[in-house]
Write a protein that binds this ligand. Sequence first.
Ligand SMILES: Nc1ncnc2c1ncn2[C@@H]1O[C@H](COP(=O)(O)OP(=O)(O)OP(=O)(O)O)[C@@H](O)[C@H]1O
Ligand SMILES: [Mg+2]
Length: 249
Amino acid sequence: MILIENIWKQFSGKQVHRGISFDVREKETLVVLGKSGGGKSVLLKMVIGLIKPDAGRILVDGKNVVEMTYPELRALRFKFGFLFQGAALFDSMTVGENIALSLRRHADFAHGEIRDRIDYALHIVGLDNVQHVMPSSLSGGMKKRVGLARSIALTPRYMLYDEPTTGLDVATADGINLLINELRSSLGVTSIVVTHDIHSAFVVGDRFAVLEKGETLMTGTREEIQNSDNEEVRKYINSSISPSESGHA
Ligand SMILES: Nc1ncnc2c1ncn2[C@@H]1O[C@H](COP(=O)(O)OP(=O)(O)OP(=O)(O)O)[C@@H](O)[C@H]1O
Ligand SMILES: [Mg+2]
């Protein structure tokens, strides 16, 4: 369970967050919607303590990330997998080595277990037999899936996805959406997804947090958002639907 409570943040005088609050319940996928530059990526980084808010609390399993010491942050990050904008693989290493590297960094797995975890994770993302391939020979969608496999190999309790489908063709994007849902249903992962892709948002999201001008405009299910009395919320969803859905036609 993640609780985001009254988060304020400014960068060199520019106020980005003005009291953001929402919760992410156990084993659900919460989708964060909001305009470009609205502070969504920063919010994800705050959840794992990479950026500190000026005010507010972020509770993960009841502990405030904002006040954690470095060893506590390390322990916290073991529980998380992230898929950041761009897959960020090391081009000089094979796919298998990329995944092994994060396994070695995180825990003291025996050689055999590392191999098993790599096989298992690549299997889940539908990329058996690419262990020995260099990332440069993979497509963008495959790199994203390898990035996802790298997180899956660590069997995270939480996943943070920053624009997981951006820049992918419709079929590849749908594959990623299915994987996000698969991680929730088979592994019971609790997730936050940031996306501009409203089609993807509705496929993966159990609940939604709509951010606007640094505040949480509304939190709720798809139905609640679409039936909101707040015209701004409906406008946001509707205006987001048209360009994205035409892209998916
Ligand atoms: N490390 C940083 N130092 C200074 N300013 C930053 C830093 N990180 C983010 N910002 C600023 O904070 C604001 C919010 O950035 P953020 O990347 O969180 O937006 P976003 O909602 O993820 O946008 P997008 O949808 O385009 O990805 C931007 O104005 C950005 O320039
Ligand atoms: Mg962003």
